[in-house]
Design a protein around this ligand. Structure first.
Ligand code: FAD
Length: 266
């Protein structure tokens, strides 16, 4: 689907190691050796969990990994459901001869190799959904299944980070008034790094959220009316975690595993 959506775009495949401010304005995208692989006035960092390491020196992000594994069930000779089933697990009808069963959810586990033990957990979740599905699950040997594991990027409030990249240096000063009055309403304008945007933290819902997030970003970048009400735009704005910390009288320099501020200054 992603390939089809991007079919008309001029894509330059490259691993970006660093974002450097271009002295003439905009941003330089550099590879591991510092060689520029691209330059743009506006850059959207949409690198999933890796967005955190890409932006670390400019803005620590409250992202946390959640490993997920799917199991591929061979369909040949079996009467697998022909509709999507959702219960303790989900089962997607076969394509290419294999049905997809998923998915595990394990925080802070960074291993992306599929494991038999997780195929077993997926089959157990399928079995727990319904006795008939239990009989189906019993037909498969977890040690013989293929699958795929990857890392979700999650946020503390389960909403993605969609909007300008906050500038922690200016946020503290700009929102200083929140330390005295947490209810004070302040405009987020001017508290971000110019030309740098974020679309990440989609957790388990990237396929559903990403198109709307892209529309929201495009409108914000173009200065057009966003497709969402102001409260939702604010609820997705990456700066919300800094604002909340300041409302609690804290200053953020980094985030801990549970994404509370790692260094709090009163
Ligand atoms: C097992 C499993 C099942 C899931 N099931 C569903 C589901 O049913 N429905 C749903 O909506 N979501 C599901 N998700 C979640 C969904 O996959 C994510 O929400 C979605 O992929 C997030 O999209 P993204 O573009 O933000 O990040 P990613 O899909 O992680 O894409 C990030 C991209 O950035 C690239 N990248 C990373 N670092 C760099 C770099 N330094 N330079 C250049 N490129 C870089 C990566 O190569 C990758 O292409 C599932 C996730 C898992 C793990």
């Amino acid at each position: 689907m992603c390939r089809a959506l991007a079919a008309d775009l001029p894509l330059v495949p490259a691993a970006v190691a660093r974002l450097a401010a271009d002295p003439n304005g905009g941003w330089l995208l550099q590879d591991e050796r510092g060689t520029p692989v691209g330059r743009a006035d506006q850059v959207v960092v949409a690198a999933g969990l890796a967005s955190a390491s890409l932006l670390l020196s400019r803005c620590p992000l409250p992202l946390r990994a959640a490993r997920g594994q799917i199991s591929l069930l061979p369909a040949t000779g079996r009467n697998l459901p022909r509709v999507v089933l959702c219960g303790r697990a989900y089962l997607i009808p076969p394509t290419g001869g294999r049905a997809t069963l998923g998915a595990t959810y394990d925080r802070d586990d960074l291993d992306t190799q599929p494991r038999a033990v997780d195929h077993r957990r997926n089959l157990a979740a399928l079995a727990a959904t319904d006795p008939q599905l239990g009989a189906l699950a019993a037909e498969f040997d977890p040690n013989a299944l293929a699958g795929r594991a990857a890392l979700r990027a999650t946020t503390p409030d389960h909403l993605p980070l969609v909007g300008p990249v906050p500038d922690p240096a200016t946020l503290g000063a700009r929102f200083a008034a929140l330390r005295r009055n947490a209810r004070r309403r302040l405009d987020l304008c001017g508290a971000s790094l110019p030309g740098l945007w974020l679309a990440t933290g989609f957790g388990s819902r990237g396929l559903s959220y990403a198109p709307l997030a892209a529309e929201l970003l495009a409108d914000r970048m173009a200065g057009e009316v966003p497709p969402l009400p102001a409260e939702l735009v604010a609820a997705l704005d990456p700066a919300r975690f800094w604002v909340r910390a300041l409302q609690r009288g804290k200053e953020v320099t980094s985030w801990t595993g549970d994404s509370s501020p790692a260094r709090a200054v009163r």
